[in-house]
Design a protein around this ligand. Structure first.
Ligand code: NAD
Length: 250
């Protein structure tokens, strides 16, 4: 198959770690020119340009997206991947916590997309891929705020897909299950028995292991690929089959 990302100009938020880093590496490997927006745009592959940016702040986003468009000579693909976690039931999170997480996980995607739209409208292969979560479609215990934010990402994805059909901008999202990234590494490191906790987490996955960042990246590139010109408003779940199970039999 032809390398369909040759020369594609891509912007990846949260591209310095985990899933975003895997997306960045794969885009580079497949010929794209990549810019990363991150709070800490460190350790990027050769040729990738990094911009320090907080997607929770409009001035920061507007300046960074404009700089990316100048650096790359336009923008064809936006991967809205940066996001943060939040633990707890609805009884636990304060108003400030709700507003902080929604501001990054939901409004952050709207901000970056809004700033990139004028450039995407000029592209002949425009695509946005948002990183949601299985929390968008399934009830995860102790993740009320995070789930609400990812459900909003899924709904925003469909609405944006509908709004920008005439602009020829495709908008899709991925719903990863538990993926082996520094984020999950930090959660495990905070447990009393990190190795035991990892084993227990792996045992809870239908395929006996965590999803890899590279597997999520592969699905993100599938959705961003100009070869998939008729795929828009879709979500692709990457969770080792977790969502297909009502109950495990073992
Ligand atoms: P990670 O913590 O390894 O990487 C996240 C990156 O986003 C970091 O480089 C961080 O600096 C950046 N970032 C955070 N806040 C930012 C902000 N305000 N502005 C700019 N950059 C910011 O996390 P990850 O596990 O790779 O997660 C990436 C995405 O995948 C998130 O949206 C997360 O919700 C989603 N997700 C992760 C999992 C999982 O199990 N790891 C599962 C489902 C969904």
């Amino acid at each position: 198959m032809a390398n369909t990302f040759n020369g594609v100009r891509a912007l990846v938020t949260g591209g310095a770690s985990g899933i975003g880093a895997a997306v960045t590496a794969e885009l580079v490997a497949r010929g794209a020119r990549v810019a990363v927006l991150d709070l800490q745009p460190d350790n990027l592959p050769a040729g990738v340009v990094g911009f320090t940016c907080d997607i929770g702040n409009s001035a920061s986003v507007d300046a960074a997206v404009a700089a990316v468009a100048i650096e790359l000579g336009g923008i064809d693909v936006v991967i809205n991947n940066a996001g943060i976690g939040a633990a707890g039931t609805v009884a636990d999170n304060t108003d400030d916590e709700w507003l902080r997480v929604l501001n990054i996980n939901v409004v952050g995607i709207a901000r970056v997309s809004r700033a990139a739209l004028p450039y995407l409208k000029e592209s002949t292969s425009a695509a946005i891929v948002n990183t949601a979560s299985v929390a968008a479609t399934h009830g995860l215990p102790q993740r009320a705020l995070y789930s609400a934010s990812k459900g909003a990402v899924a709904a925003l994805t469909r609405a944006m897909a509908a709004d920008h059909l005439q602009d020829n901008i495709r908008v899709n999202c991925v719903n990863p299950g538990t993926a082996d990234t520094p984020w999950v590494g930090r959660l495990l490191a905070a447990a009393p028995d990190p190795a035991g906790e990892r084993q227990a987490l792996e045992a809870r996955q239908p395929h006996g292991r965590l999803v890899s960042a590279e597997e999520v990246a592969s699905s993100i590139l599938f959705l961003a690929d100009p070869a998939n010109g008729s795929t828009t408003g879709s979500s692709l779940t990457v969770d080792g089959g977790m969502h297909s199970l009502l109950l495990r039999s073992d």
